[in-house]
Design a protein around this ligand. Sequence first.
Ligand code: PDD
Length: 290
Amino acid sequence: MQELTYFNGEFVEPGAKVISIDDRGYLFGDSVYEVVRVVKGRCFALSYHQDRLYRSMREMDIPVKMTPDDLTELHEILIEQSEIKEGYIYLQISRGVAPRHHAYDRSKLEPQMLMSIRTLDLDEVNKLGEGVKAIALPDERWEHVDIKTTNLIPNILAQTKAEKKFAYTAILFRDGICTEGATSNVFAVKDGILYTHPADNHILKGITRQMILTRVAPSLGITIIEKEFDRTFVDEADELFFTDTIGGVIPITKLDRNPVSGGKPGAITLRLREALEKLMEEGLPLLTRK
Ligand code: PDD
């Protein structure tokens, strides 16, 4: 097993100095990215990640040079060559290399693509099932966090504040409304019903969130309502959890100083976590992209 890095068409040594100092991703955070989970040597929900990547590129006006089939093949090559069974693939496409100037000239830029495959410590992922502490912070991001760009400064600052307080991450509030986590989506359970922020420009439309909404919760007969909710609703929720590609469903057992669901993972949360894990192990059925 070997972690690998692939840049613009070739494998490079870990830590190789291949990125130009004039790369707009480096200078401006002018790039988009995806993180795909590798489970049992296969990518989970890759077509969903590709759809979101292409959408991010369209929104950012970055030309698409690769077909979904090309991209799928590259993911498969990385898994095959690395022999990694449990891990994740990071993919980043920057707008390209040009002398520093804020505006870009699409005709003079060649997008740069970086991919890397890394192992995941499954013990750490499993431990998340025991629940995590979160802190509440203001959502200070721009108006288009639905585009998955590497320009993540408010997320980085929020995550660092959370970790300094020994929390796993932060729940963000914009104008009093709970949007999402600093690196994940947020769900609340109240009276057996699942609530989450609608997929508009104020959250990232997480793939794990989509799996919960379209497959996992329906398979368990759990009703879902996508609507905005505030801090009072969060404080009065029976259960709270995060979702993301790496951790799956992550129960929240403490928010600021207050225990959530009696300081233990909630029952519905755990059912969702387990059902998602099963789906990830089985993989999505072929030909059902949506
Ligand atoms: N983070 N919201 C934000 C702000 C995120 O950064 C992420 C993912 C999500 C969940 O999306 P998904 O279910 O597709 O992973 C929601 C990734 C893992 C990251 O930045 O590393």
